[in-house]
Design a binder for this molecule. Structure first.
Ligand code: CTP
Ligand code: CA
Length: 222
């Protein structure tokens, strides 16, 4: 299991990974979400554990088992996720935000099921706060890594997002290729430029990504 990292690149470090979607409840049976299977985030958590880190995984609703040796905190909404992340992030060295956080939540949540009708239903939506951006802007921020799913202009959208969130590393994937799939292709954007990790299984990519994060982290802290 652990033979992939010799020596253990993240030994002695604490890593927080967020993964999966958030669900923003409209009523007890309906929700808004950003689509995510959680497979990429869980693979990243597993790879970080293999690399010797103590790993906490804050996860939205997925069908996946927690990777062996990883502490999982399960959450539903973006607000729950923010709370869970904030309760742990002060004690970590690296935060890898793979979660697909819903950008909006309904302004009100009906306590009873809304009955359908033939009329249009209009929902008022409130923006959720940006969990990663808020943490990356702290004076004592851990090394923060973002994940972006884009449909087009990956490099331009990705670099703009990396600058806006003040991230040393942003990983971009093509939404059409990544969502639900067992493999993926990643574009890594950092201060040194950009490069692709070519199409492979998500765990293979996660291990390559962890090796890259370990290199950047050590450069920064050495
Ligand atoms: N993110 C977050 N909190 C949010 C929204 C996003 O922490 N409320 C994090 C994601 O986990 C990801 C990164 O920010 O690591 C980029 O998310 P993405 O949805 O691609 O970017 P947004 O800033 O939300 O912009 P948009 O959806 O408009 O592209
Ligand atoms: Ca978003």
């Amino acid at each position: 299991l652990s033979a992939h990292f010799q020596p253990k690149l993240l030994a002695g470090l604490r890593v927080l990974v967020s993964a999966g979607p958030t669900l923003e409840m409209i009523d007890p049976v309906r929700a808004l979400t950003n689509i995510s299977s959680g497979k990429m985030g869980y693979a990243v958590a597993r790879a970080a554990h293999e690399a010797g880190a103590a790993v906490t995984l804050v996860s939205g609703a997925t069908c996946l088992d927690a990777p062996l040796g990883v502490t999982r905190l399960s959450v539903t909404s973006a607000e729950d996720m923010a709370q869970a992340v904030e309760s742990v992030v002060g004690d970590v060295d690296i935060f890898i935000s793979v979660a697909a956080v819903a950008d909006y939540r309904p302004a009100t949540r009906a306590t009873q099921k809304i009955k359908k009708s033939e009329h249009t239903l209009t929902l008022d939506l409130i923006p959720n706060k940006d969990i990663l951006q808020k943490i990356a802007d702290r004076a004592d921020a851990p090394f923060c890594v973002g994940f972006a799913a884009e449909t087009d202009n990956l490099l331009e959208h990705g670099e703009a997002k990396r600058q806006r969130k003040h991230l040393p590393l942003l990983v971009v994937n093509r939404a059409q290729d990544a969502l639900g799939s067992d493999d993926n292709e990643l574009l890594l954007l950092d201060d040194a430029g950009n490069h692709w990790l070519p199409r492979a299984g998500k765990l293979v990519l996660a291990r390559q990504l962890i090796a890259h994060i370990a290199r950047l982290y050590l450069q920064k802290t050495r």
